[in-house]
Design a protein around this ligand. Structure first.
Ligand SMILES: [Fe+2]
Length: 309
């Protein structure tokens, strides 16, 4: 286990020793007016959810959070180091502003996609996980992490399987999608290992783009086009999933790049012309992130191979 965990708001790691699993420690920007609307009860700062309504961090179901705070005063801002004791998964923040991907994806689409769609998947997944945790026979499933749980859906109670599949998949897929784009993205990958994997699988980067675009365009209805790493063949390949199904549901598949082809991802700007949306997508793909995922997937595959010998 790593000695640190990632701070999902700013990316800087915290010492794991300071965190009490399943708690996660965050730094949150906290203005004085928000602080004044909080209450301190038994050493925990309780925030009313409305206090964060216009925040850059409208991320958590804050009415459910209990935050143990230590405060550092800065000129116009108090910085809160909070130990979040909630077991709820947070809505992952975007790494860029809503308008940062324009003109390829418009700001309004990004805002609705993140704050409404991804938030809804997050809330409904948290509700399903809470139900799972309350069931003594199945609560161990809630502890395995959502990626792993999606590969064990058949072990969950029947009544919860659809919610976990749809909202768990939606939660994971949107995180992969948003983090797989960058205002500094586009062009071709330059990372040698990823370049070689794409050339080996598809012949050239241009061929890969054609196959991927075709998969995205031919997918009927709502779903996703993916570049994945297949641990069984130690190679990359293209696949699609329907609705919010995710590659993690198939043993050995690791998502490297995902394109959301639900209409909510592009309809405001591209209307019904999915082809234009797919073409715009190439201008904002973060090959740096894709290469990072590829390297991690290859390393994980090698580690598993060794443990099975
Ligand atoms: Fe979406």
């Amino acid at each position: 286990m790593s000695d640190t965990i990632e701070n999902p708001f700013y990316g800087s790691p915290f010492p794991r020793a300071a965190c009490n699993t399943p708690s996660v420690q965050y730094h949150l920007p906290l203005s004085a007016d928000k602080l004044s609307s909080s209450k301190v009860i038994k050493g925990f700062v309780i925030f009313p959810s409305h206090a964060w309504a216009n925040s850059r961090v409208p991320l958590l179901v804050l009415s459910r959070l209990r935050l143990k705070a230590s405060l550092l005063v800065k000129p116009d801002m108090l910085t809160l180091t909070a130990l979040v004791l909630s077991q709820n998964l947070p809505l992952p923040p975007l790494r860029y502003d809503y308008n940062a991907l324009e003109p390829h994806i418009d700001a309004r689409t990004m805002e609705i996609h993140h704050l409404k769609h991804h938030q809804t998947y997050t809330d409904k997944l948290n509700a399903a996980l809470a139900t799972l945790r309350s069931d003594p026979a199945h609560k161990h499933l809630a502890k395995m992490g959502i990626d792993k749980l999606l590969g064990h859906l058949d072990e969950a109670p029947k009544a919860l399987q659809n919610a976990l599949r749809n909202h768990g998949g939606g939660y994971v897929n949107h995180g992969l999608f948003f983090d797989g784009m960058s205002p500094d993205g586009g062009g071709e990958p330059t990372q040698p290992a990823l370049v070689e994997a794409i050339q080996t699988a598809f012949g050239s980067f241009a061929s890969f783009k054609s196959y991927f675009a075709l998969a995205a365009l031919e997918l009927f209805g709502s779903g996703w086009a993916w570049l994945v790493y297949d641990q069984a063949t130690a190679a990359v390949k293209i696949t699609t999933t329907a609705n919010q199904d995710t590659p993690a549901m198939q043993p050995g598949l690791v998502a490297l790049l995902g394109l959301d082809v639900w209409e909510h991802a592009y309809y405001l700007k591209h209307q019904n012309v999915r082809k234009n949306y797919v073409e715009d997508f190439w201008n904002i793909v973060s090959w740096e992130e894709v290469a990072k995922r590829y390297d991690a997937a290859v390393s994980r595959g090698k580690a598993q191979d060794k443990s099975e010998v």
